[in-house]
Design a protein around this ligand. Structure first.
Ligand code: SAH
Length: 385
């Protein structure tokens, strides 16, 4: 398959995607095919997986020619596991395979103690041979009690894949308890809208806990990841989320670990406005909203959202208070998030000192040449006066 000059330059720069507009011809190439990629002059650029529906038409899997795809998949999975053995500490839950960042585009595998959760995002990864190879390699290497598949109907439809239910694809166990930084969490593979934890925040939980003290507010708390960590050092912790099912798990997690935490089901924007207006004060506030900027188009609205949240949180922080502010929108860069914080500070005449400028946990690798793999920002700061 030939790609345009722009597509070839992108690949030579180390990126792994070529957009459909940079494909010279793809007539008759079947969905999910393994394709040899060449520039317009016919010089080989490597091997890729093709999608007939995505705007990202090809995702590279090797700069060389690949004869044996199952063999390559096995090698890649082994390399992904070996990398985690080097960088993952203090947990039995982590991302084992992170799609492009592990050169396995379209495949995500998370481990929760003795269970694995698998997600297939592309046509190529959905083929029966690929599935069998992936499941067999994961089973041999990690020996899980069970493997569950989380099928996202929206992603499957966009990728023009047949509907498929979520469910166990190997073994019979569907729930377990996992631990991160010595805190325990419930995991149910087949329940909930977004099953599983936000594993990418694991190192940030531990970092935030180092500074946390006094009265703490965890806004967008989900199943209590930050709140439970804060509770180790704080006198009082309140978690806020709009999802009742998430808060029910959060409460079960608190019971599992001991501390008493107050969980409030509310819209975070409304609650922060009401609390700020009522003059409530905290020593530690965590803001970890969902991705506001899903695309570049709504970047401005997203930045306004981040600003409003941070402004209200800053108003409620006591002198010396700790603000942990996160953004998981790829389109909101770290400089943009810092600028939002700076503007909020200017508006209310407060001064912030940055303690840590953090990112995603190391089991969610970031490829320098593929900027899209780096998406999470976590800024820990303190009000200096
Ligand atoms: N901090 C969590 C992850 C947060 S994910 C952790 O570390 O595990 C974002 C959360 O925001 C989700 O749980 C979602 O239910 C919640 N949410 C989305 N919109 C909201 C809103 N307007 N008000 C309150 N919670 C909201």
């Amino acid at each position: 398959m030939k790609v345009s000059r722009r597509g070839a330059e992108r690949l030579r720069g180390g990126h792994v995607w070529v957009y459909r507009s940079d494909i010279v011809a793809a007539d008759g190439v079947p969905p999910g095919a393994l394709v040899n990629v060449a520039d317009e002059r016919g010089k080989s650029l490597g091997t890729a997986l093709y999608s007939s529906s995505s705007q990202i038409a090809i995702r590279m899997i090797s700069p060389a020619t690949v004869g044996n795809l199952p063999g390559l998949l096995r090698e890649r999975i082994q390399a992904a596991i070996a990398y985690r053995e080097r960088v993952v500490r203090n947990t039995d839950a982590y991302r084992v395979v992170f799609s492009e960042a592990d050169f396995l585009p379209g495949l995500i595998v998370d481990r929760y103690n003795d269970l694995l959760s698998l997600q297939v995002l592309t046509q190529a990864m959905d083929s029966e041979t690929v599935r069998q190879t992936v499941v067999s390699e994961l089973s041999e290497r990690l020996k899980p009690a069970a493997i569950a598949e989380r099928a996202d109907p929206r992603i499957r439809a966009l990728e023009q894949l047949p509907a498929r239910p979520s469910g166990l694809i190997q073994g019979e166990k569907s729930s377990t308890v996992f631990s991160m930084n010595s805190i325990r969490f419930h995991y149910a593979a087949l329940e909930g809208q977004k099953t599983g934890a936000f594993l990418d925040q694991r190192e940030n939980y531990a970092a935030a806990a180092q500074y946390a003290r006094g009265e703490a507010l965890d806004v967008f708390c989900y199943q209590g990841g930050f709140a439970l960590h804060l509770a180790q050092h704080c006198s009082r912790v309140t978690g806020v989320d709009s999802s009742r099912p998430a808060l029910e798990v959060a409460e079960k997690n608190a019971t599992l670990n001991g501390p008493e935490i107050e969980w409030i089901e509310a819209n975070a924007f409304d609650l922060l406005r009401d609390y700020a207006d009522a003059g409530r004060q905290y020593n530690t506030i965590v803001l970890d909203p969902p991705a506001f900027a899903k695309s570049k188009r709504n970047l401005e609205t997203a930045l306004r959202g981040y600003k409003e949240l941070n402004l209200r949180a800053l108003k409620m922080l006591r002198p010396g208070g700790i603000l942990v502010t996160c953004s998981c929108s790829y389109h909101v860069s770290q400089p943009m998030l810092l600028e939002v914080l700076a503007e909020a500070c200017r508006d209310i005449h407060k001064n912030l000192r940055i303690l840590e400028n953090r990112t995603q946990a190391k089991d969610h690798p970031m490829l320098l040449a593929v900027p899209e793999t780096a998406y999470l920002k976590c800024v820990i700061s303190t009000i200096s006066y």
